[in-house]
Design a protein around this ligand. Sequence first.
Ligand SMILES: Cc1cc2nc3c(=O)[nH]c(=O)nc-3n(C[C@H](O)[C@H](O)[C@H](O)COP(=O)(O)OP(=O)(O)OC[C@H]3O[C@@H](n4cnc5c(N)ncnc54)[C@H](O)[C@@H]3O)c2cc1C
Length: 392
Amino acid sequence: MENYDAIVVGAGITGAAIAYELQNQGQRVLLLEKHRQPVNATTFSYGGIIYWAGTTPLQRQLCHESRYRWTHLSQELGGETEYRELELLLYLRPEDDPRALAQQFNHCLIRPQQVDRLTAIAIEPQLNPDGIGGAFVVPQGHVHGGKTVNAYLQAFLRLGGIVRIAEVEGLITKRNRVQGVHSGEGNFFAHKVILASGGQSRTLLTSQGVNLPLYFTHAALLQTAPTKENLRCVIMPADLQQRPNLEALAPTLDWHHPNDHCVATVLEPGAVQFFDGRLFIGQISQLVTSPHYRPDLAWAQQQLQTAIANILPRIARLPLTAHHCLVAFSGKPLPLVGEIPHLSGLVLFTGFTHPLVYVPPLAQKLAQHLTIGREWVIDHLAAQLNSLQTEK
Ligand SMILES: Cc1cc2nc3c(=O)[nH]c(=O)nc-3n(C[C@H](O)[C@H](O)[C@H](O)COP(=O)(O)OP(=O)(O)OC[C@H]3O[C@@H](n4cnc5c(N)ncnc54)[C@H](O)[C@@H]3O)c2cc1C
């Protein structure tokens, strides 16, 4: 019988970070990931670290800590994250009202600055002068999601952590205590099981009768091969309310009877370039309750290509491939972190809306909380978790 201090489910950014931090605290950790080559939300992430966007005192504190942590993370892990500072350019469409959209930044730690159309084009020459009416710009952090996971995992393995390719099929519980997991590779036991399985955390939770506001969207995006076209900034539409508006519909849906009906779709034409010259172009988010739904990728490609042609015409002409992944969200300003009420031994580390800014500092705090002693930030998040409606 294999016995560990902690089992972490999922090797996206959340799972890789918490597995490393726990192992770094001297725990014996098993990380279970169902895919040998993960095709997950982290792999397709733009890599933006929005440390400018914190609005509450806690978010602002975490934003400061995140910026510091990212600056040193590559060195600590002994692996490349491709961390750098990059301009985020939030473009206005000609018909947008800049004054109305500026209000969404009112309480941000660093307010994006409004620039006119010509200045926006000077900052990012790829922009179509006829497709935009100006922009907001703000510096933010930037990493490569897949490489960051790899850096965390390599450091985890060097510390003696164990990774197994196995799909967790269910939790082993005894008298309201989680003792381990069932998987295709057998049963594994641990004092704590940490759910960090992104959009699929919901399925494992509901199989235990736990009902929390943890949902997912289906995202479709495009990728290019490495190209000589040069994009200087991260490009996104300025209206950042579209996705929160879509997410706000989630609690009204019947997630207990999932189906393939698409309730709402948001199209956010944007792009980012990584060090190797590859471009990611996104993104279409669809609210569909079945995790098994597969969007029509030919349709998604046509929609995205048409939309991006209006903003970044040269980039829209490059050969593109379309991809799909699930993206978890909780609809709360802060993620679902902490032990599940009524089920001791089960810890959540999921439901992040902007994981790249919050995961590194929170993974460190959660690992300390579970080993050395209480961390008030984790106590605060666990209290939020407790206050959410749960059903047994
Ligand atoms: C196009 C796009 C752009 C984005 N840009 C940004 C951005 O700029 N900044 C930002 O902060 N966020 C961004 N995001 C969101 C971010 O990428 C995700 O929220 C984040 O990567 C989720 O990480 P995760 O670890 O929770 O989940 P995932 O990365 O999805 O990882 C979950 C892992 O768990 C595994 N798993 C699931 N179920 C099981 C099981 N039963 N057994 C074993 N393994 C299992 C999966 O195989 C997967 O590898 C973006 C998302 C998309 C799609």
